[in-house]
Design a protein around this ligand. Structure first.
Ligand code: A3P
Length: 291
């Protein structure tokens, strides 16, 4: 544990008590986040890692870009909806409106302007056992990341928040408890999975984007797990294979199901997780499906 923690410390960067991915980070960017200049029509996807981030980015990009829906322009979703904290090479001030962003930031580190409800936020959350299981596979698939390689040890790492995104409990609690400060729509991964079309319509309503039937169909079609997995502009395979490298065979779009944790956690591990969950999430009003 001590040895892996040393490795992890090298992999993670702490800023204001929150863990970032060191290699992708620039402290200058982090220091200026508070003053980041917002526009009224900016839209932010906010997530804890492995909660459906790339999925929501894809949906958002499809809602806003007709050329994406019609597949007349070949741009990676990653570039249409770039990371706020990991894109030091992009001059956001020069990007045309509406600008779409994604971030894993906790509520207290986002640009100050968001608190004036200047822009819109979509917060996607997922049951934490599936989040942990997805995270475990993700970190053990790509060579750039350091992580425990047994579920037993990774669960300890996850429950101590020694990962990019820090502690899951703090992330969702922070955002939920401060929801009235922001112009925010919460979306649940499991609901998106059960009824993608309704979720897309809910998002369109929140964003004030009035799409016709055919366009909504196109969004839904291109945002299913199967279609995203086959779409090189959406599935991250290129970026991760070339920039990050594989530790073992695997895909970013791995399974995309509800309750896969049952295939990876023992009964004891599950009980331990439940205990931790109950301790930290009692009185928390949002429900989680599939855990
Ligand atoms: P699994 O590892 O459980 O398969 P993030 O983008 O936040 O890192 O989340 C990645 C998780 O979201 C992965 O979960 C991935 O398969 C899942 N995902 C991505 N696109 C999806 C889609 N269209 N439908 C369902 N799940 C999706």
């Amino acid at each position: 544990w001590d040895c892996i923690m040393e490795d992890l410390e090298r992999d993670l960067l702490t800023f204001e008590g929150f863990y970032f991915h060191r290699k992708a980070c620039d402290t200058g960017v982090l220091e200026n986040l508070d003053d980041f200049e917002l526009r009224d029509d900016d839209v932010f996807v906010v997530t804890y890692p492995k909660s459906g981030t790339i999925w929501c980015r894809q949906i958002l990009s499809l809602i806003y870009f007709e050329e994406h829906r019609k597949r007349t322009e070949n741009v990676e979703t990653n570039l249409r909806v770039p990371f706020l904290e990991y894109s030091k090479h992009i001059d956001f001030g020069k990007r045309p409106s509406p600008r779409l962003f994604v971030t894993h930031l906790p509520y207290n580190l986002v640009p100050r302007g968001l608190k004036n409800k200047k822009a819109k936020i979509i917060y996607v959350y997922r049951n934490p056992k599936d989040v942990m299981c997805s995270y475990f596979h993700f970190l053990n698939t790509y060579s750039t990341f350091k992580a425990e390689d047994t579920m037993e040890a990774f669960m300890k790492q996850f429950l101590e928040g020694k990962v990019v995104g820090s502690l899951w409990f703090d992330h969702i609690r922070g955002w939920y408890e401060h929801r009235n400060d922001f112009n925010i729509q919460f979306m649940m991964y499991e609901e998106m999975k059960k009824d993608l079309r309704s979720s897309v319509l809910k998002l369109c309503k929140f964003l004030g984007e009035d799409l016709n039937e055919e366009s909504v169909d196109a969004v839904v079609r291109q945002a299913t797990f199967e279609n995203m997995k086959d779409d090189p502009l959406a599935n991250f395979e290129n970026i991760l294979k070339t920039n990050v490298g594989l530790k073992r065979e695997g895909h970013f779009l791995r399974k995309g199901t509800i309750g896969d944790w049952k295939n990876h956690m023992t009964v004891e591990q599950n009980e331990k997780f439940d205990k931790s969950f109950q301790k930290q999430m009692k009185d928390f009003p949002l429900q989680f499906i599939g855990m």
